[in-house]
Design a protein around this ligand. Structure first.
Ligand SMILES: NC(=O)c1ccc[n+]([C@@H]2O[C@H](COP(=O)([O-])OP(=O)(O)OC[C@H]3O[C@@H](n4cnc5c(N)ncnc54)[C@H](OP(=O)(O)O)[C@@H]3O)[C@@H](O)[C@H]2O)c1
Length: 282
């Protein structure tokens, strides 16, 4: 009889899921990759590929047959993301998946200042109600995004004030996910706050980027009105502009300042600092 994978991984065409899939493959773990476009799936030893987006319940049920543990990367931002998540979670439960590991967000709550944190709270509720056991990886903002926050002029614009944010690296999120996937029973019905080892203001983030990259980056604190006005040129729908602006107001609120030891507790090694992260990708 051929061995079948009992772990399924979503998001392997993206950054976090791709790291998780490569790490599992390097350890010789069999896995099933659920992707939306098979031609973009990574080619990995011990990995089989199935096509199933989150909004296609029948494809998801078929793709998850025989799977015990599912790594679910939150879908790309959209107005109806929670409904896609609901369809997929309910399909996983129907397919007989026992444990689900979901990438949520730090301080996820129905009234979270970061508006997308509300989607994550709703998804957590759907997962809790599904009957599957769960592990939530409540990631803070990724260190990897910070340089992208700066415009071509080197300015990170947004109403974050002097608020602090305990940024985490994607690689620490992926390493934590792998540790959980390898032993899901040890992490049953647990939520982890995945943060870096320190909480930084955006002025400090900008200073560190400037020092390592050798070109000036600075944080410009905006008022709320200025923040909406400076983003109006993109013509994005209101929910998306709210998400962009609330990235900064959430930092200002202090909601994202908590420093947790969960990365180290789960992986056995300290979380990367922003200096270490910048040095590693220099
Ligand atoms: N904490 C943060 O700072 C932060 C920042 C950005 C995003 N996020 C969230 O964290 C998630 C993972 O981050 P990442 O950096 O790995 O993002 P990423 O590189 O954009 O990858 C997202 C992955 O999710 C898949 N996906 C998206 N929507 C899907 C859907 N409806 N059904 C099935 N698969 C879907 C994508 O597949 P395709 O290749 O087919 O698109 C891709 O493989 C993101 O999707 C987002 O929800 C967090």
């Amino acid at each position: 009889m051929t061995a079948q994978p009992v772990i399924a991984v979503t998001g392997s065409t993206g950054a976090v899921g791709g790291r998780v899939a490569r790490d599992l493959a390097a350890r010789g773990i069999l896995q099933r990759l659920l992707v939306r476009d098979a031609s973009r799936a990574p080619e990995l030893a011990g990995a089989e590929v199935r096509v199933a987006g989150y909004s296609d319940a029948d494809a998801a049920v078929a793709a998850l047959a025989g799977v015990e543990t599912l790594f679910m990367v939150s879908a790309s931002e959209s107005a109806d993301r929670v409904e896609h998540h609901r369809t997929f979670v309910e399909a996983a439960a129907r397919a007989g998946v026992r444990s689900i590991v979901y990438t949520s967000f730090l301080a996820a709550a129905p009234d979270a200042v970061f508006t997308l944190g509300r989607d994550h709270a709703a998804t957590e509720e759907i997962i809790r109600a599904s009957g599957m056991s769960w592990t939530f990886l409540r990631d803070n903002f990724y260190m990897d995004m910070m340089e992208l926050f700066a415009g071509d002029d080197g300015v990170i614009r947004g109403p974050a004030g002097g608020g602090r944010c305990s940024l985490v690296s994607r690689s620490d999120v992926a390493a934590t996910a792998v540790a959980v996937l390898l032993d899901p029973a040890a992490h049953t019905d647990t939520a982890y706050d995945l943060t870096g080892p320190e909480a930084l203001t955006l002025a400090e983030v900008a200073e560190k980027i400037s020092a390592v990259r050798g070109h000036p980056v600075r944080h410009l604190d905006e008022t709320l009105d200025e923040a909406y006005a400076s983003r109006a040129v993109y013509g994005a729908p209101p929910w998306q502009v709210d998400a962009w602006v609330s990235t900064y107001t959430a930092i200002a609120s202090g909601d994202l300042a908590r420093v947790s030891g969960d990365v180290e507790a789960v992986t056995g090694r300290p979380a990367q600092s922003f200096d270490e992260f910048l040095g590693a990708v220099a």
